[in-house]
Design a protein. Sequence first.
Length: 159
Amino acid sequence: MQEKRARQPLACILHYLLKWLCFCSIHHFPGNGVGILKLMLIDDDKYCLEALEIFLGMSGYSCASFSDPAKALEVYGADACDAVITDMRMPGMSGIEVMERIRGLDPQAKVIIISGSMDGESFKNACDLGATACLEKPLDASELIRTLREALKAGGGIN
């Protein structure tokens, strides 16, 4: 059982890297005409967080990763970013709470909520409460990049 668990993080990272390679063969990297776009990643699952950071970093984004939502909010208050990707279910604070607090600091903030355990009603509620988008884990690499680009383009982050 432990051997299977040990392989899961590596398999997750390899999965995202392979999808990234396929994606990059048909798409170009992001850019805003000024510099690299900055993302904040929040997830209590360290393996998912690492995979996201690697994938998005290799896709041309600058990422600040946090497993503690409270610490992420502290940093966001001092140094805003172009978009936030947060898990829905985390100890101490939900993705909805993270989004609401970020919106309190920046009403125009782009917040994408991800989850491996949300039902249709939860997704609808998150979007009704103002999430820029909701994506289900395991994430599809091309869908994540497309969602980020659309969110940032709508907010003026990408030319």
